[in-house]
Structure formats: structure tokens, C-alpha cells
Design a binder for this molecule. Structure first.
Ligand code: KIV
Ligand code: NA
Length: 269
């Protein structure tokens, strides 16, 4: 495949086959993930997994754009979507458009993601009608951690499930090309996926979604500060890296690294 998947290609996968997506933040990781994914997300989760922040709230436009540029250098076929960071779109639909356009121009990504339900529907319509493909994000919304009372799964009560269904419907109707559902109970994710014309991409939202996404550092076992229930480790890179550092340290101390094969000698003339 020569051209990258477009947001419209992602929409068209609904009902055909599951959508495969992961996050990416750097060129080398994007290169490795790209051949296997329909969509790569430059998530604001980078604040936590790369920068050691304890939420995504302090992630900036500059951080996102730098990593978006890095990811685009490594991608040849996946659709690349970038998270809009907290504070870059909630104020008004005009602010959202200005920052979305800046992200698209400066990185070359295919669209943006923003968190929110009915309160963001007008903004989603404003952006899509003006050429910005929008990936929605409902359910557990990490940018709202300070008002929602932490990172708890959603939709356990009838009232909460109904609100999230309305949120999802509003974002779908506003023209989102797909919708991330994060941290919700299975019946709710199934209901939303059945109700919406656009595909749903779940994270901690059951197999009932039209696709799945994970934070790559989580699924690679690289970020191991904690492991939520919905994460599966497909590799244990943290252990691999610790072992490599331990081996290197020992060899340096023993003077067995560098060896003759790593050492320059004067050229024979
Ligand atoms: O920032 C992120 O990585 C995300 C995904 C988990 C959906 O928003
Ligand atoms: Na995010």
C-alpha cells in the first residue's frame, strides 16, 4: 500500500473488519508499528509515558507538535491522528479550529482527536465542516481527571451509561469519522457501537467495539508504573532494558567492553 489510510478509509472499515490502532510518539517506534496498524495516534498519554507527568493535563501544543512531526517521519501507510492537548480546544470552536489547523499544518497528520460529549458536539461539527477530520473520545476522559474523580471505569450506573450514550451519539451525529470509547462496561460499548454510523475504537471498552487501541508503551511492557485491567503486555521491554543496562554496566566495570571488534586501530599504510 502506497498512500496512507485516510480518516474516510477508517470510517469505511466499520462492518468489514476490526480497526487496529496503537499510540506512537517517536520516529523509530512509528516505523516499527506502522506496517501493522490502520491508525496511529499521537496520544497526549505521552505526558505520562514519556515525560513522567501524573496526568495529561499539563501536556502542551509544543510537546504534541514535536512528537507529531517525529511520528510522521516514520509512517508510510497508517492514518496518523493527533490528540489536541487540554486547554487547546475547550474554550471555543474558533480556538479549537485554530489549534487543530496548526497541528495539521505543522505535522502533516491526517486529523485530530478531542475528548468530550454533548458539550463538544458543536465544535466537532465546526471542525469537520471546515476540513478537519475529528476522532471523538468519550467515556473515561483523562483530561477531565480533576473533575471526574480519578481514572475509574464508566457506565456502571444506568444514569452514567445513558449520559455516555448521548455523548457518543452527539459526537457521531456531529460528523466524527470514528469514536474512541475509553474505560466503559461492555453493554454500553456494545450499545454505542450498534447505534453509531461511524466506527468505535475501544480501550478498556470490550471486544464489542469496531476496533481496538492501546498505549504502545503499555502493550510493550515498557511503561510499568502500574498496569490497568484492560492492558495486555505483548512484550516485556522494561525487563529487557534493565537487563541490557545491567550487562553493559558489568562489562564496563570488568573492562570487557569495548572489545577489539569495537575499537579503532590506526589504518595500515
Ligand atoms: O492519549 C492516548 O493515548 C489516548 C488513547 C489511549 C485513546 O487518548
Ligand atoms: Na489521549
Amino acid at each position: 500500500r502506497q498512500k496512507r489510510f485516510t480518516p474516510a478509509d477508517i470510517t469505511a472499515l466499520k462492518g468489514k473488519r476490526p480497526i487496529v490502532s496503537l499510540t506512537a510518539y517517536t520516529t523509530p517506534i512509528a516505523r516499527l508499528l506502522d506496517p501493522h496498524c490502520d491508525l496511529l495516534l499521537v496520544g497526549d498519554s505521552l505526558g505520562m509515558v514519556l515525560y513522567g507527568l501524573d496526568s495529561t493535563v499539563s501536556v502542551t501544543m509544543e510537546m504534541m507538535i514535536a512528537h507529531g512531526q517525529a511520528v510522521l517521519r516514520g509512517v508510510s501507510q497508517a492514518c496518523v491522528i493527533m490528540d489536541m492537548p487540554f486547554g487547546s480546544y475547550q474554550e471555543s470552536k474558533e480556538q479549537a479550529f485554530r489549534n487543530a489547523a496548526r497541528i495539521m499544518k505543522e505535522t502533516g497528520c491526517d486529523g485530530i482527536k478531542l475528548e468530550g460529549g454533548t458539550e463538544m458536539a458543536e465544535t466537532v461539527a465546526f471542525l469537520t465542516e471546515r476540513g478537519v477530520p475529528v476522532l471523538g473520545h468519550v467515556g473515561l476522559m483523562p483530561q477531565q481527571v480533576n473533575t471526574s474523580g480519578g481514572y475509574r471505569s464508566k457506565g456502571h450506573s444506568e444514569a452514567e451509561a445513558t449520559k455516555i450514550r448521548h455523548d457518543a451519539k452527539a459526537i457521531g451525529d456531529a460528523g466524527a469519522f470514528a469514536l474512541v470509547i475509553e474505560g466503559t462496561v461492555e453493554p454500553l460499548a456494545r450499545a454505542i457501537s450498534g447505534e453509531l454510523a461511524c466506527p468505535t475504537i475501544g480501550i478498556g471498552a470490550s471486544p464489542a467495539c469496531d476496533g481496538q487501541i492501546l498505549v504502545s508503551d503499555d502493550m510493550l511492557g515498557l511503561f510499568n508504573q502500574f498496569k490497568p485491567r484492560f492492558v495486555k503486555h505483548y512484550a516485556e521491554l522494561a525487563g529487557t532494558i534493565s537487563q541490557a543496562a545491567e550487562d553493559y554496566a558489568r562489562e564496563v566495570r570488568e573492562r570487557s567492553f569495548p572489545g577489539p571488534e569495537h575499537t579503532f586501530q590506526p589504518r595500515k599504510t
